[in-house]
Design a protein around this ligand. Structure first.
Ligand SMILES: [Zn+2]
Length: 395
C-alpha cells in the first residue's frame, strides 16, 4: 500500500498576541496523528482560512512529490486551486527527475472570501531579491505597494547551528526596523514544518511561502514574488524551485490570489544589484550574510555581493551594511577567488568579469595562480601533508 499523507482537520488556537493555524494530519507510516502549525501575529486572526485545505495541500506537495507519497484531505479544497494543483503535479511529474506525479485527492468547493482583500505580501528577508522587488514596486505605478513584509521561520534559519537563535532574532530585528522606517506591516510566521519533515529549505521555500498566502486568504489579494531565477538562465526542474518560479506561479494563481512578479524583476542578480545602488533603503539595510545577522564580509554571499558592488563602483555607498575595513583587509583574496570562479566557468563570475576587468591587477592574477596551485597540490596523494610541510596557506 502506498504511503499517504491525509489531512484530518484544521483548527485555530489563539494565545496572548499570536494565533496558530493547526493542520491535523495522519501519515500512514506512523501511528500517531501529527500537527503541522504556522504561528501568526494576532492581527492575522480574521485573515486565516480554516474551512478549505488549499494551503496544506500546497505545503505538503513538495514533500509527497519528492518521496512519491499520496496526498489526500478530508477537508475540501477550493475548485480553482485544486484544478491548478493537479495540473502542476502533472507538469512537474513529467519534467522533473526528482518529483513524482502523485495521487492528490479532496472534495472541492467554492472559496468564499470574507475580508477586504487589501493585503499585498512581499518577502521581508532584505536580501537582493527581496529589496529589488520593493524597488520595482516603488518605481512602477502599475503595481500597488506591498502592505506587509513576511518573515518566515520555516527552515532557513534552522540551519545556523549554535548561532541559530541569535541569527534569527537579529534578522527579525533588522526587518522590524526596516518596516518601521519605510511604512510596512511586519509579519513574522513561525512553523514546525522543518522539524516535522526535515527537508531542505530550498526545495520547499516556494511552496511554503505560497501556502502562507493561501492561509491568509481572507485578506491577501497579491503575493509579490521575489524571484531568485531569471528569464535567461537554463531551466532546471530538478534543483531549487526558486529557479523556475516564473513557470510555476501561473499554476498557483487563482481569482482571489495573484502571485505576481513585477515587471523588471526577472533580471539577473547583477542587474538587480545595479538598481539597488541608487536605492537608499538597500544602502542602509541590505542583508545577504549566510552566517550572521550583520553582513560578515567573509562568507560566500557577502563576498559575491561585495564584488558585485565593486564592479558597480558602489561599495562605499553600502558602508552602513558592510564593514569597509574588513572588506579592505580581504579584498585581494576576494578578487583572486573570483578569478578562480571565472576560470571554472561560474555563471555569475562570467557575467560580472567584464565590469571588473579594470580593477583586476597583476597581484590578483598571481594570487589566483597561487591558490590554484595550492589547491592542486592538496588534491595530490599526501598533498595535505606536503602543504603543511612547506607551510603553505591559502587564506
Ligand atoms: Zn557573510
Amino acid at each position: 500500500m502506498r504511503r499517504t499523507i491525509q489531512l484530518r482537520g484544521i483548527s485555530r488556537l489563539s494565545q496572548d498576541d499570536t494565533v496558530q493555524l493547526q493542520f491535523h494530519f495522519q501519515d500512514s507510516a506512523q501511528e500517531q496523528e501529527s500537527i503541522l502549525f504556522f504561528t501568526f501575529p494576532c492581527s492575522c486572526e480574521k485573515a486565516l482560512v480554516t474551512d478549505i485545505s488549499d494551503a496544506f495541500l500546497l505545503a505538503l506537495y513538495p514533500i509527497c512529490a519528492r518521496k512519491d507519497m499520496d496526498l489526500t484531505s478530508d477537508i475540501p479544497a477550493s475548485k480553482e486551486f485544486y484544478r491548478k494543483l493537479q495540473a502542476l503535479n502533472t507538469f512537474l511529474g513529467h519534467h522533473s527527475q526528482v518529483l513524482h506525479a502523485i495521487h492528490i485527492s479532496a472534495e472541492t468547493t467554492e472559496f468564499e472570501r470574507k475580508g477586504e482583500q487589501e493585503w499585498r505580501l512581499a518577502s521581508g528577508s532584505l536580501g537582493v531579491d527581496c529589496l529589488h522587488t520593493l524597488y520595482c514596486a516603488e518605481h512602477n505605478p502599475l503595481y500597488p505597494r506591498p502592505t506587509h513584509l513576511v518573515f518566515n521561520n520555516t527552515g532557513s534559519n534552522e540551519e545556523g547551528g549554535k548561532q541559530q537563535k541569535e541569527l534569527l532574532q537579529g534578522r527579525i530585528a533588522n526587518t522590524q526596523a526596516f518596516c518601521k522606517e519605510y511604512g510596512y506591516q511586519f509579519l513574522f510566521v513561525d512553523s514546525n514544518y522543518k522539524s516535522l519533515f526535515g527537508v531542505r529549505y530550498v526545495h520547499t521555500q516556494l511552496y511554503i511561502n505560497s501556502a502562507i498566502a493561501f492561509m491568509l486568504g481572507h485578506e491577501v489579494s497579491v503575493y509579490y514574488v521575489s524571484s531568485a531565477g531569471h528569464l535567461f538562465q537554463t531551466l532546471d526542474f530538478n534543483h531549487a524551485p526558486g529557479h523556475i518560479d516564473f513557470l510555476l506561479y501561473p499554476f498557483l494563481n487563482t481569482h482571489s490570489l495573484d502571485f505576481c512578479t513585477i515587471e523588471g524583476d526577472w533580471t539577473s542578480r547583477f542587474y538587480k544589484t545595479k538598481d539597488l545602488v541608487s536605492y537608499p533603503p538597500a544602502q542602509k539595510y541590505l542583508n545577504v550574510c549566510f552566517d550572521h545577522a550583520q553582513n560578515c564580509c567573509i562568507c560566500e554571499k557577502c563576498r559575491r555581493t561585495l564584488i558585485t558592488l565593486e564592479a558597480l563602483d558602489a561599495v562605499d555607498g553600502f558602508a552602513p551594511c558592510f564593514s569597509l575595513k574588513t572588506y579592505a583587509d580581504n579584498k585581494d583574496h576576494i578578487f583572486a577567488d573570483f578569478l578562480l570562479d571565472y576560470q571554472k566557468g561560474d555563471d555569475y563570475a562570467l557575467e560580472i568579469i567584464p565590469f571588473l576587468k579594470k580593477k583586476l591587477t597583476r597581484k590578483h592574477h598571481l594570487l589566483a595562480w597561487y591558490k590554484r596551485t595550492y589547491l592542486a597540490i592538496r588534491h595530490l596523494r599526501g598533498g595535505v601533508a606536503l602543504t603543511k610541510l612547506l607551510h603553505l596557506k591559502c587564506w
